[in-house]
Design a protein around this ligand. Structure first.
Ligand code: KIV
Ligand code: ZN
Length: 508
């Protein structure tokens, strides 16, 4: 029954318990698409569905069976003839039969006593086995079942021919210690292999499954992205990686396919993966803090427990107020941008500035800032510089601006009105610089790098001087007016620098 002794078997129930996630319903074709990927991933068993539940479930299980997968395809059935017959109708080689064994379930749900549950276990495990399939038996709510009764049920299932017994922590109330105890007792009660099935109601599903393995379970039931009833089941990705890296145990899983299947399941079920979810969450291999990125650039071992490539992912760095110059420089270098030290200081300053305003800095924001800084005129070369900008605007007034500019170190102030705040601010600048650089705005483009109202505004302009020389300039700020003014100052600087260069070469 078991794969090699040293390997833990992975029984994937994404398509059965996972599909029981509130609001999730997959078509037979979608279930088939996931099953094919689960097979590639290397799961030992695919619980394809609960065939008695609906025509679609029956059809989906049959469709998955027809794919000729390497993984064993299994159908779920209550300990009842019609359920078992529905599973057998799908021609699955593996049937998972269950009946509840806890006092609570027997009294309130089944309305059966212990003797009746024991009889049903023997009768329906035997019936299923007579059809020549592998039988996995689950005493539902096992962890809340009276221990001596649980042992009797397990023995009855083994005697009736069950090939493997699965022990469910149906409402996720067990602790790792409790699971260890229940699984140890189960292992010593029967000779057939024991499996563990944990729910995540207290966030312990993976820890509990690992405790089950430590106690001797040779198989675990898991789901992709931890989908499942209520808070879900133990997640395949967390369980498998913990087994491989923390418990030094093996499985047949090709871990490099984990991220791909996680995305597929999320897309088809419509259930988003929380960003900070281990292994498959968006942030699982992302770094923002300057200290962390600095360490990571020296060795990934500093802040990553495993290489992301192991699960088909990549390390990434986030720009933001915690970021340091090293991380930002590495991120820019990936796209061929290599700012100087001074430019990097300015980029880092602007990124932190945005972060301090409570805004996340996207990659697009970082690149817009970097391009503005790299393409700009650096400190000491600047002929004109913005000292101060004030704009007042509103529905009941004419937009008015006041601008203070330094030209070759000398201060100039002007005020203007305009049709809007940008117009008012640019007019005030023209008024100051006109005697020096009679430029005209030839093109103005405003782009938001991200979607929100707090998006970084990227302004791209072209200015033309009276001789027809055109220069381009850009600026990126969360404030549209400041970005427009900075782009304009940039354009004027470039025009003036060009002109001064021309004059000095003519003199020579
Ligand atoms: O959680 C549970 O008890 C189950 C059974 C059907 C095994 O999913
Ligand atoms: Zn379950």
């Amino acid at each position: 029954m078991t794969s090699k002794k040293d390997k833990i078997r992975i029984f994937d129930t994404t398509l059965r318990d996972g599909e029981q996630t509130p609001g999730v319903s997959l078509t037979p074709e979608e279930k088939m698409e996931i099953a094919v990927k689960l097979d590639e991933l290397g799961v030992d068993v695919i619980e394809a569905g609960f065939p008695i539940v609906s025509k679609g479930e029956l059809e989906a299980t049959k469709l998955i069976m027809k794919q000729g997968l390497k993984s064993k395809v299994c159908g779920l059935a209550r300990a009842e003839q019609k359920d078992i017959d529905a599973a057998l109708e799908c021609e699955v080689p593996y049937v998972h039969v269950f009946i509840a064994t806890s006092e609570i379930h027997m009294k309130h749900k089944l309305r059966m006593n212990k003797t009746q549950v024991l009889e049903a276990t023997s009768k329906w495990v035997d019936y299923t086995k007579q059809h020549g399939v592998i039988v996995e038996f689950s005493p539902e709510d096992a962890t809340r079942t009276e221990p001596s009764f649980l042992r009797k049920v397990l023995k009855a299932a083994e005697d009736a021919g069950a090939d493997i017994i699965n022990v469910p922590d149906t409402v996720g109330t067990a602790t790792p210690e409790k699971i260890y105890e229940v699984i140890s007792q189960s292992v010593s009660t029967v000779k057939i292999p024991i499996s563990v099935h944990c729910h995540n109601d207290f966030g312990l599903a993976v820890a509990n499954s690992l405790a089950g393995v430590r106690a001797g379970a040779l198989q675990a039931h898991v789901t992709i992205n931890g989908l499942g009833e209520r808070a879900g089941n133990a997640s395949l990705e967390e369980f498998v990686l913990s087994l491989h890296f923390l418990e030094n145990k093996k499985t047949n899983i090709d871990t490099q396919l984990i991220y791909e299947i996680s995305r597929l399941v999320s897309r088809l079920t419509g259930v988003m993966v929380q960003p900070n979810k281990a292994i498959v969450g968006e942030n699982a291999f992302g770094h923002e803090s300057g200290i962390h990125t600095h360490g990571m650039l020296k060795s990934h071992l500093t802040y990553e427990p495993i290489k992301p490539e192991i699960v088909g992912r990549k390390t990434w760095f986030q720009a933001g107020k915690h970021a340091g110059g090293h991380g930002l420089a590495a991120k820019l270098a990936e796209d061929g941008l290599r700012p100087t030290k001074d430019q990097m200081k300015e980029i880092t300053r602007r990124v932190k500035d945005i972060g301090d305003k409570g805004k996340a800095v996207t990659d697009a924001d970082l690149f817009a800032i970097a391009k503005a800084v790299v393409g700009g005129v650096s400190g000491e070369k600047k002929i004109i510089d913005l000292e101060n900008l004030t704009v007042v605007t509103g529905t009941a007034m004419v937009p008015t601006s006041s601008v203070k500019i330094l030209i070759d170190g000398k201060e100039y102030i002007a005020s203007e009105t305009g049709v809007g705040p940008v117009d008012a601010a640019l007019k005030a600048i023209y008024r100051i610089v006109k005697p020096l650089a009679n430029v005209r705005l030839k093109e103005y483009r405003l782009e938001a790098t991200t979607g929100g109202s707090d998006a970084l505004a990227e302004v791209l302009i072209k200015v033309e001087d009276p001789d027809g020389n055109i220069v381009s300039a850009r600026a990126a700020r969360t404030d549209v007016v400041t970005a427009s003014v900075e782009a304009m100052i940039e354009g004027i600087n470039k025009t003036l620098i060009k002109r001064r260069k021309k004059i000095s070469t003519n003199k020579k």
